[in-house]
Design a protein around this ligand. Structure first.
Ligand code: NAP
Length: 342
């Protein structure tokens, strides 16, 4: 029997997952792992095989496939879709089988997001409420209907049943253009979600915008710091599984700064003016038609306030700060403006 640790990673062609896989590829102990990745593109699977990972072509919505891949894994790192309930349940079922076969509780590191903390501010105010990842009582005050929560609750329930150990990473607004060999080879998406969506909307309307007055607050975190969080957690669990919290005590926020959305709009506006793409640097509120068209609603007007105390307690040391976040916006505008013209 192989003595290697079987690790399944989903979402490796994505912004977060590719950055996490790249960290594994660079580890000196890489050969002690059997890494399996699940991807939808056969071309990308082929390119990934060249990195000595086992690439399976398929969708995580394929329940029998997802279940059988999880059943072969000691560790599952899920980064594909925080909200795919069926994929999460299939993963749990597979890991339950793994436990039955080995007698050991496998590890699930799932990706959620601080979107779970959001309110209905619509950009009109900054909330006073700040969530602390080391305070499970406070996290349990969140309504079951909050974004991501249906999946997160199933995962925590599985941990309570005892057949796996669950760890949920909740990044906030991740920023920065990912840069690594997987990006260079066209395997990984290098762009994040929130700020690029605001930039694409601004490019389209010729002016930066905010939802409402943009007074709402969000935390931010650099993509390399996020990738580090996955690896720091992975190493902490393997070093001494009794140390990092799991289950209801296994929420790990990713944040190292906080901004309001007006600041983001203004930084986009400044970049647009510098590039000759807008006559004014000042953001204006998006109309209802615009928020529906560009973002499918007022999500970017919500507050999400978080402190990553548990993540820091396991040794995570994020480097980049709010100043880096704001400085990342201009290169992102330049890259997306160029891509738009191409
Ligand atoms: N970026 C952020 O700021 C942020 C912050 C907090 C939470 N999150 C959450 O983290 C998750 C990943 O975010 P991301 O920024 O890395 O997104 P992304 O770049 O769009 O990556 C998504 C990845 O999931 C894969 N995927 C999607 N559906 C799949 C399916 N049915 N079967 C197999 N693979 C599938 C995609 O594969 P393809 O290449 O085939 O499309 C891609 O590899 C999302 O749920 C997001 O909401 C993101």
């Amino acid at each position: 029997m192989s003595t290697k640790t079987n690790i399944l990673i989903t979402g490796v062609t994505g912004y977060i997952g590719g950055s996490v896989l790249d960290r594994f590829l660079k580890r000196p102990d890489f050969s002690t792992f059997k890494i399996t990745v699940l991807v939808r593109s056969p071309e990308k699977a082929k390119k990934l095989e060249a990195h000595n990972v086992h690439a399976v072509v398929g969708s995580h919505s394929d329940v029998p496939l997802m279940e059988s891949l999880a059943a072969d894994s000691d560790v599952v790192i899920a980064t594909a879709d925080a909200d795919n309930y069926e994929a999460a349940i299939a993963t749990l079922q597979g890991l339950k089988k793994r436990h039955a076969a080995t007698g050991k509780a496998p590890i699930l590191i799932h990706t959620s997001g601080t979107g779970v903390l959001t309110d209905h501010a619509a950009g009109d105010y900054a909330t006073e409420t700040i969530y602390d990842d080391s305070n499970p009582d406070q996290i349990e005050t969140l309504a079951d209907t909050q974004l991501h929560r249906n999946v997160d609750l199933e995962i925590v329930r599985a941990d309570k049943e005892g057949y796996l150990k669950s760890y949920i990473i909740l990044p906030s607004t991740i920023y920065g253009i990912a840069s690594n060999v997987l990006v260079d080879q066209g395997i990984q998406n290098p762009h994040s979600i929130q700020v690029p969506a605001l930039i694409r909307a601004a490019l389209d309307r010729g002016q930066a915008g905010t939802v409402g007055a943009g007074k709402n607050l969000w935390p931010d975190v650099d993509i390399d710091d996020v990738a580090d969080l996955y690896l720091v957690l992975f190493d902490a669990i393997r070093k001494d599984p009794s140390v990092p919290g799991h289950g209801r005590e296994g929420y790990y926020f990713g944040e190292n700064g906080e901004h309001n959305m007006y600041e983001v709009g203004k930084a986009i506006g400044d970049a647009l003016v510098a590039l000759g793409q807008s006559a004014t640097p000042d953001p204006t509120p998006f109309t209802k038609e615009e928020t529906d068209k560009y973002f499918g609603g007022t999500y970017l007007g919500t507050n999400s306030r978080a402190r990553a105390n548990r993540s820091r307690a396991i040794g995570w040391k994020p480097i980049k700060t709010k100043a880096d976040f704001l400085a990342s916006i201009r290169p992102e505008v330049e890259a997306l403006a160029k891509a738009r013209k191409a």
